[in-house]
Design a protein around this ligand. Structure first.
Ligand SMILES: Nc1ncnc2c1ncn2[C@@H]1O[C@H](COP(=O)(O)OP(=O)(O)O)[C@@H](O)[C@H]1O
Ligand SMILES: [Mg+2]
Length: 198
């Protein structure tokens, strides 16, 4: 592998993106680019990308945010770009990305992570149902191409273990797999009903 790399870590809120991004970046000497932070730091200038702050999160101008991120990725060095918006704002930079790690987490564990953040029931259900459907995996494959995408289930892993798995796949010491996670197959009818009731 060439010396510098560009890794994207995405996944539903609460899957462990920021925690693993920090560990991977520390271990490999890379810089973390937090997509939400780039959006918020754009401030009120002409380049401002935050259109509105809603109770669902930030509404951003994905084109403008994409241009800011593309400019940041032109700089020298290695980068770990992290955020659930990745497939929507980095599509134009796809050719420059070495690997996209999509983090997955079991609905019940995701639910407790989001409840700990004091998310409202509706917002928890919205995020967990998107995780059940694998929205970010699907959108990442569409935006970056299947070859670049690898899926990691963080449910029964420590953050260090997940970071190690991501690094192994990035360095092609382990295969980049997708399609192993199927929450619909492991949930009961009632559980599915509960998360989709919103
Ligand atoms: N394997 C794992 N990888 C990353 N984080 C994990 C893992 N297992 C548990 N966690 C925990 O999950 C919580 C949410 O992680 P966070 O990085 O904030 O998620 P995200 O950035 O995707 O919203 C943290 O408390 C973190 O310590
Ligand atoms: Mg986060």
């Amino acid at each position: 592998m060439k010396d510098s790399f560009r890794l994207v870590i995405t996944g539903s809120p609460g899957t462990g993106k920021h925690t693993s991004a920090r560990i991977v970046a520390e271990k490999l000497g890379a810089q973390v680019i937090d997509i939400n932070k780039v959006a918020l730091d754009s401030g009120n200038a002409a380049a401002a990308v935050v259109v509105a702050r809603t109770d669902r999160g930030l509404d951003v101008d994905t084109k403008k945010l994409g241009r800011l991120l593309a400019a940041a990725l032109k700089k020298k060095g290695s980068f770990v770009v992290v955020g659930h918006l990745a497939p929507y704002v980095l599509k134009a930079s796809a050719a420059k990305i070495d690997m996209v790690a999509v983090l997955r987490r079991s609905p019940s564990k995701l639910e407790s992570n989001l409840a700990a953040r004091k998310y409202a029931r509706e917002k928890i259900n919205e995020n967990v149902s998107a995780e059940i459907l694998g929205v970010l995996l699907y959108d990442s494959i569409k935006a970056f191409g299947r070859r670049r995408v690898a899926e990691f289930d963080t449910s029964n892993r420590t953050p260090d273990e997940t970071a190690g798995e991501i690094i192994a796949a990035l360095q092609k010491k382990a295969p980049r797999r997708t399609g192993m996670v199927d929450w619909l197959a492991v949930l009961s009818e009632e559980e599915v009903q509960k998360f989709f009731a919103y």
